[in-house]
Design a protein. Structure first.
Length: 229
């Protein structure tokens, strides 16, 4: 079970800005860069590129690991290029290839899928998912080092992240008939993150203090409120 988690989210900031915020939190926790930094991603190239660029700017080594559930989704997509829909044999094929990827043989799996598509003479749109799987495994092979991740005890699936997204966003915003402006939605998601991180009471105190200063103290020279005020 994940411990010491810290959540953030935004509906207006770019991926680069949100990732920079996450890097700031990591810097706060490990300013000397003595711990291993691991980023678990869903495989989006832009996301990985932003993380890699941020790591270079900060002079820290970051290991990027691609979510294994996405790997399985690619394999299932490829499987239906080779088997009839619902064929139980497909499950065994996906399990075999999935285990091979976990053992660090993603490149070999990609090659095997490409050869199978060629051997079956698949043409037209039929081999599309198999091609996508092959291309993904080749392009992301550096992020598919599951033997190292498992040996180090690093996470390889984004379940805890998906759960956090559901808590921060869907549980509040995915309500039938709800309408939100971007400004209000951003404020709400930030408040939910603050509360989830255990900082709700501290933020509430800060908010009340800031409001008092804005409404009352600013009326007086030097921001000092007379005792009788």
């Amino acid at each position: 079970m994940a411990t010491g988690s810290w959540l953030t989210a935004s509906v207006v900031d770019s991926a680069r800005e949100v990732i920079a915020t996450a890097f700031d939190e990591a810097e706060r926790r490990d300013p000397e860069h003595l711990r291993p930094w691991v980023c678990l991603v869903d495989g989006a190239k832009h996301q990985s590129d932003v993380i890699a660029a941020g790591a270079r700017r900060r002079g820290v080594k970051v290991t990027i690991v691609c979510d294994f559930i996405h790997v399985l989704e690619y394999l299932w997509g490829a499987a239906w290029c080779f088997f009839d829909e619902g064929d139980p044999v497909a499950a065994g094929w996906v399990a075999e290839k999935g285990l091979a990827v976990l053992e660090g043989r993603a490149g070999l799996v990609a090659g095997a899928i490409a050869r199978k598509a060629t051997a079956l003479g698949l043409a037209g749109p039929k081999p599309k998912k198999a091609d996508e799987c092959t291309r993904s495994f080749k392009n992301k092979r550096v992020y598919l080092d599951y033997p190292t991740a498992l040996a180090e005890g690093w996470p390889i699936a984004t379940g805890v992240i998906e759960r956090a997204c559901r808590h921060l966003v869907r549980d509040r915003f995915d309500i039938t008939g709800a309408r939100w402006s971007l400004e209000a939605a951003e404020a709400m998601v930030k408040l939910r993150a603050v509360r989830t991180n255990g900082d709700g009471e501290a933020y509430g105190h800060h908010h009340l203090t800031a409001e008092r200063e804005r409404v009352h103290a600013s009326r007086y020279v030097g921001g000092v409120i007379p005792a009788a005020a």
